[in-house]
Design a protein around this ligand. Sequence first.
Ligand code: ATP
Ligand code: MG
Length: 601
Amino acid sequence: MRLSQMLFVTLREDPAEAEIPSHKLLLRAGYIRRIGSGLYAYLPLMWRVLKKVSQIVREEMDATGAQECLLPQLQPADLWRESGRWDTYTQAEGIMFSMTDRQQRELGLGPTHEEVITTIAKDLIRSYRQLPLHLYQIQTKFRDEIRPRFGLMRGREFIMKDGYSFHTNEESLKKTYEDMAQAYSNMLRRSGLQFRAVDADSGAIGGSGSQEFMVLAEAGEDEVLYTEDGQYAANVEKAVSLPADVEPSPFATFEKRETPGTETIDKLCKFLKCSPTQVVKNVLYQAVYDNGITVLVLVSIRGDQDVNQVKLLNELTKLAGNYQAKTVLFLTVPDAEAQRKWAAKSLPLGYMAPDLADDYIAGSKEVNSKFLRLVDRTAVDLTNFVTGSNESGYHVVGANWDKEFPLPATVVGVRTAVAGDRAVHNPEQILQSARGIEVGHIFQLGTKYSQAMGATYTTEQGEEMPFVMGCYGVGVSRLAQSAVEQSYDKDGIIWPVAIAPYHAIISIPNISDAEQVEVAEKLYAELNQSGIETLLDDRAERAGVKFKDADLIGIPYRIVPGRSLKAGKVEVVERATHNSHEILIDEVNSTLKQWIDAAIK
Ligand code: ATP
Ligand code: MG
């Protein structure tokens, strides 16, 4: 492609709308253009990158025996009602765009395709003989993200590879799941990314395994905890660790103490000269279930620990049946305004005890009249502990479960693991923290969707059984941008060779120099013919401008037919290192071929 004929517009200034380097660079270098919130045009250079990433993904998927297909993006609401997800996906914090057609039929724009694929399996897979089966597609997904940001990282329209596998049993699912873990590692390695596979939260489905593939970068929205021995890595949402040891309590007898101005654990421990490991703190949450019922949740946890809201949400989802609900729509720490809706009197915030009376709640049809009391494992074995007294300005010390306070019946593990904690698999290993961008997620679904949608097959014995399913996603557009987030310098993007839009760019320093033009044209034709994807910068610009643009757009090799032409050579500059080589014109092709092959391996 000739730059003189291309839509080639680079920006000198950092665009105000972008916060992170990769977003700025893709805008500045003319790869993407914002059309609306979370909506981007993939301009020609970006589209080439996306096609390369897609091709790597496709090759790795095909190698596992998975089959590519393409499913409709417009999905009938009825399918989502069958799975029970229509309301949660279209209301409240739901992420599905939905609409009604002229016949008053409701439809959603696909954020994911479990429902569509499960209905296909239900219709077409009759017998165990047809299993296992794995279908995937590479397609635009739509999600009404509350906070679209960082360009392609969190868009409202983005490209995803999603695959779904069907099995007769868990063992077969596990095999495909492991094949996928390998395929995902291959995809990311081939795309030139530094990444880590981590244990991930599998949401309310629980039990079965799930892993995320994290590209390591400061701008990542996720925190990963890992150990240096390589034996453990998990998303902080899911991570487990050993809490610090409890320090012995200085309080031998139960009494109420005046503790003015000690709403926080810090202030309280300073005031009482005790350790936060000897405090039971009581944290209030407000959960709204999908049937509209609000439940106030009081979590008792050790003072030095924090509640992990993802873990709490999973526990509350498990308890949904107690409130005739299926899932939790919202989980928040109720602010003053939220409290006004249900609080019968003002709460002793900062001084609450595990037995905070239920009459603080003005129960109603929408508000459950009793606190749901949960205790985290870290608080269960404490003795002679400090906790609130339910009276502002006072705490109690030397308290014990089942003496002064009944131990809540529901014991949960909802503490947040943090960097510096000891690892469960080996207490000598200390958890380290890194930031990551989630580019892939693989998931053992089990029978959640097949059961809900009545998708069954006939076993060898003639029984009807629900499919055992897995699902596997890669954010193709997010992956492409994370490559930039991991690889750039002050001059611009440094594409990994495997996914660069072009391998090489020939920058003609002076287009009125006939010899320069002649050599450039010759190389341009030759290189492209031999499969080295090459741009020709034949614009009537100064050499400096061309070099800057070549650096900005991040093409791996820049070829300059300049001063060294006299010696029958051109200059070839490696983008990543700025290393410059004088290479005989006749050897440019073979040299580049070698370099590219070595880089892509
Ligand atoms: P996240 O936790 O980042 O919101 P998710 O868990 O909702 O992602 P999945 O449903 O597992 O994502 O989707 C599979 C992959 O699609 C993700 O691993 C990610 O790479 C990509 N992806 C998800 N949401 C977006 C988005 N809004 N923009 C771009 N890519 C996305
Ligand atoms: Mg995910």
